[in-house]
Design a protein around this ligand. Structure first.
Ligand code: NAD
Length: 464
């Protein structure tokens, strides 16, 4: 099938590459010329494990092309994915500027029946809104002279397209296997024709019957992927509800962790103990410095804003957000408890990205904590295996170290903020000797408490 993916970020690029891998003819476009230039040189603008191999394979196989010509890409392809960002506005609601730009562009270039797929996370009702914008911007409808000649009872050419909401659930860091073996595929539309075509598009994934590529995706042979076909609004709501539930689970265990800390329990054991209950499940019960990233914070807040439009106060979600804000600040309090005076102290951070195996630093808890400590007068140093350029959101005083030794050298405290696998393998004994004081706050409960204590560290976990 002929697919156009608009927006080559974390979602669009993975979608485009994976759809080409299962045999579709994919054109990926983006308005950021720099990104397309990199992709035209076979370079990835983001870090995502194994994406490079699949990218090259499909460029060579001539199923995947990149272009700056968005209009031509829309005209030449039949299924158009909207995968642009929906960042938060100052009030927390979703900024739909980019979706609107794309919908206009699609309207301007509509030539024959097309399926418009909303993969961006958009507020409830956005499917109809996108339809309206496309409709209003089709050549016939923007031709004022032609429109003015329409007689009463006569309608001008109705553009031929259907909108489908197909929310994305991939996780950065495991995006490829998530795309090939998703827990479910959600398709929301009022058009049976569009849903049938989308099912055809995803057939190899639904049936799990494509050639597995060793070490890239190897979870094949599982039972077929469930497909949820529903109306547009329910599909849009599924995405917000899913992210809000996952954020709730994390805030819940963080609140339990705070009680454990005072009462002398170990939240890791508590989480294991409750997680074995199948009704609860063990995943997303890791206490730590809180959730972040490009999705949870904006999506949970956006859902509270959507609810407010209907006069609903989201008491639970408000608490989930507040627990998360407090959880980041609690680390600053822990630092003050350990060091007493923060001013003039040297603090090294392990990790900047909001989770391991990604270079995404959007709303990363590490950054909030670093900025707070830098503002309190600490010398803050950070090392991340992939993030090598300071994000705009980072306090300019924070020093990015190019190696792990720099984090330990003359430091009074280490904070493990992201659980990158390589941080588990650090020679803490050797590097501890470089420190002024051997203090470590394990913000992800990632290291072995007893082992660190045996190495002479003052170990502070979360809820342990
Ligand atoms: P991103 O910021 O990484 O990428 C968005 C891309 O869209 C950028 O490259 C940008 O240049 C491009 N763009 C913006 N306006 C454009 C236009 N008018 N024409 C062409 N390109 C345009 O965003 P992302 O992380 O890939 O997220 C995209 C959407 O998917 C968001 O709604 C997000 O909430 C959702 N989502 C993200 C994830 C994730 O893990 N990142 C997971 C599930 C869903």
């Amino acid at each position: 099938m002929k697919v156009c993916v608009i927006g080559t970020g974390y979602v669009g690029l993975v979608t485009g590459v994976c759809l080409s891998e299962i045999g579709h003819d994919v054109v990926c476009v983006d308005k950021e010329e720099l990104k397309i230039n990199m992709l035209l040189e076979n370079k990835l603008p983001i870090y995502e494990p194994n994406l490079d191999k699949l990218l090259l394979k499909n460029i060579e196989g001539k199923r995947l092309v990149f272009s700056k010509d968005i209009a031509s890409a829309i005209r030449s392809q039949d299924i158009i994915f909207i995968s642009v960002g929906t960042p938060p506005l100052a009030d927390g609601s979703a900024d739909l500027r980019f979706v609107e730009e794309v919908a206009r562009e699609i309207g301007n270039n509509l030539n024959g029946y097309k399926i418009i797929v909303n993969k961006s996370t958009v507020p409830i009702g956005s499917g109809d809104w996108v339809s309206m914008i496309i409709n209003d911007n089709t050549p016939d409808n923007t031709d004022i002279e032609k429109k003015s000649k329409i007689k009463i009872g006569e309608s001008y050419n109705k553009p031929h397209f259907d909108v489908v909401s197909n929310p994305e659930f991939l996780r950065e860091g495991t995006a490829i296997s998530d795309a090939f073996s998703p827990d479910r595929i959600v398709l929301g539309s009022s058009s049976k024709r569009a849903i049938d075509i989308m099912i055809e598009l995803y057939k190899p994934i639904i049936n799990q019957d494509f050639e597995p590529l060793d070490n890239i995706y190897n979870q094949m042979g599982k039972k077929p992927v469930p497909v949820i076909t529903t109306d547009l609004v329910s599909a849009e709501m599924i995405k917000y509800a899913a992210n809000s539930f996952l954020a709730t689970k994390i805030s819940f265990i963080n609140e339990i962790a705070n009680i454990c800390e005072k009462a002398g329990a170990d939240v890791k054991r508590v989480a294991h103990g409750i997680g074995l209950d199948k009704r609860i499940g063990e995943r997303f019960l890791n206490a730590g410095i809180g959730w972040g990233g490009s999705c949870f914070p904006k999506d949970v807040t956006a859902l509270t804003k959507i609810a407010a439009e209907y006069g609903i106060t989201t008491q639970l979600l408000n608490a989930v957000i507040n627990v998360n804000i407090q959880q980041r600040l609690k680390v600053v309090q822990k630092v003050q408890e350990v060091l007493k005076i923060v001013k003039g102290k040297s603090i090294g951070f392990l990790g900047l990205s909001f989770k391991p195996d990604t270079d995404d630093t959007r709303d990363a808890p590490a950054i909030t904590i670093m900025n707070n400590l830098a503002n309190l007068g600490a010398k803050v140093k950070a090392f991340d295996p992939i993030v090598k350029v300071a994000p705009d959101s980072l306090n300019a005083k924070v020093i990015l170290c190019q190696n792990i030794d720099g984090i330990f050298m003359d430091s009074d405290l280490i904070i493990l903020a992201t659980e990158w696998e390589e941080f588990y393998k650090i020679d803490y004994k050797k590097l501890g000797n470089l420190m002024r004081e051997k203090n470590i706050i394990d913000g992800r409960n990632f290291l072995e408490k007893v082992k660190m204590q045996e190495l002479g560290y003052k170990y502070i976990g979360i809820g342990r």
